[in-house]
Design a protein around this ligand. Sequence first.
Ligand code: PEP
Ligand code: MG
Length: 563
Amino acid sequence: MLTGIAVAPGEAIGPAVVARLRAHDVRYRIAEEDVPSEQARLAAASARTRTQLEDIRDRTRHVLGSELAGMFDVQILMLSDPLLRERAEALIRARRVNAEWAVVEAGEELVQRLRAIEDPYLQERHGDLTDVLGRIRANLQKVDGDASWLNAQLARFNEPCVFVADDLPVSVAAQLDWSRLAALATDAGTRTAHTAILARSMGVPAVVGLQEATRMVPPGATLLVDGTTGVIAVDPPPSVVEATRHRLHAVAVPAESLSGPARTADDVPVLLFANIERAEDVPFAWREGAEGLGLVRSELLLGGQPIGQVSEQAQVDVYRAVLDHAGPREVTIRTFDITPEEVGLPEQMEVEPRERLGMRGLRLGLARPEVLERQLRALIRAGDGRQLRIMFPFVTSADEMARAVAMLHAQAERLGLPAPPAGAMVEVPAAALDAGGLARHAAFLSIGTNDLTQYTLAADRSDVRVQHLYDPRHPAVLRLIRMVVRGARRHGRRVAVCGEMASDTILVQVLLGLGLREFSMAATSLRQAREALAGCSIAEARDAALRALYDGDIAAIDTSPAV
Ligand code: PEP
Ligand code: MG
C-alpha cells in the first residue's frame, strides 16, 4: 500500500507504467508479439546514437584535436559492445521488458563488470558508459517531444494504464491522451499544481506527493488507485481485483442533466461556471449545470505547444472552437499565464525555472508585448459577435490593469472590431488589498485562490514540503477575499472565485457567506457544489464565514433536518 495526497476522486485499476521522466527512464512490460518491434526500436535508437557520436567526434577533432576526440571513439566502441546492445536485445525477449528498461539493466550489468576489473582506466570509463546509456534512452524517446512519445507508448496497451511518474510537468500533461490513463500517480505534486487540476477536470483519479512511487512500484504490477482516499494498492489479491473490476464496469446510470442557477436553502440564486481546458469538454460542463465558462486557461488550451510560436490564425481557430461549442453562453478566456521559458523567449537574466514571483502572467505580457498583442488580436477576432470576456492573470496593480486594457483597445482599433470586456484575476495580495482601484479599470474581478493562498502565506503551492502551510482557510486569505468582494461591489463589478477553493463543499459555503454569488470550478465538481449551496441559507453561510474569519473555525453547516 502507498499513501499520498488524493487530488482527483474516483477508483481505477490497471497495469503500472513507471516513468522517471527526468531521467528518460520509463518501464513497462510488453506482450510476446511486441518483442520484434521493441528490438527494432532499440536498433533504430542505437543507430541514431552512433550517428550523433560520430558527428560529435568529428567536430571535436576539428576544433580540439584528435586526442580529445578519442574519448568519443571509446563511447562508440561501448555502443557496439555485445555486452550492451546484444544483451539488451536478449533481455527484451527473455524478460518482456520495454527497450528503455532493457538498456538500463544491460548497462547496470556492464557497470558491475567494469567495477570487477582491476584496471583504473576501465574503472574510469564508468562516466562514459552512463553518458552512452543516457543518449540511447533519450533517442528511444525522440518522436516529436515528450508527450507524443508517451502517447505512442500508452497506445500499445489494450487497456488504460496507471501512469506512475516522478513528476509530470503540465506542458507534457496537457498533450497527453488522457483516455489511455486509468489513473495517475506521481512522486511529486500537490493539490493545486496544474497537473492535479487537469486530472480532476479530465475525471481521471489521481494521487500525488507519493515521494517514492517510482521506486516502490514494479512496472507491470496491477495497481488499484483510490483518488478519493489517496491510497494505492500494489498487486492486490485477485479476488479484490475481480470485485473492483466488476464494480467499476457496472453500467452507471447517466446522471440527470442540470440547468439554471444553483439556489441556496433560502432560494438565493448563485451562478456556477466551469473551468475547462479542452473545447470538447464543453458539453459535459453544460450537463453538469454550468451557466458558462468562467476560466479557460489559454496556455493549456493550446495543449503545451511553444506559445511564442503559435500564430495568430492558429489561436483564432482554437478560441473559436471553444466559442462555437459555447454558443450564446458567456466564455471567459484568460490570457497566457506563463513564464519566459514557457513562451520560448530567451530571458535577459537567469531565473530559477520554478520561480513564480518573477516574470509571468500580465507582467510578462506588458514587458514583452509581442506575444500578448498577438493573443489579444486572436481573441478579439474569435470573439467577434460572441459572449467572450478576456481575463488577465497575475495582475499586481491598477496601473498594470489600465495598461492592459489600453493594449486591448489599441489592438481592437487596429482590427476595426469591438474589444471584449476585460477583467482582472485577483491572485496577488496587493491586488486584493487594492481591489477597489483595480475594479476601476476592470470590467469584472475573478479571485484566483490557488495563487492568492500561496502568495499570502508564502507557501509554494507546488512544493510538497510546505503543503501543511498552504491553507486557503487561513483567516488572512479569507479577509483578503472579503476585501475583494467589497472592492468590486463599490464599483458595481461582478466578482467570482475561480480557484480550487470553490470546489470544496465546505469552503464554498464560507465563500457564500463572504458575499460571493458566482463560482467557477472543474465541471466534475459542479454537481456537489450545487448540493452544498442548496444545503445552507445566506444567514447560515454568514455565520460560518464570521466564525472562519475571527475564530479560524471552519465547520460544515449542519444541514440535517431539525428534530
Ligand atoms: C488560481 O490561481 O487560483 C487560478 C485559478 O489560476 P491557476 O490555477 O491557473 O494559477
Ligand atoms: Mg493563478
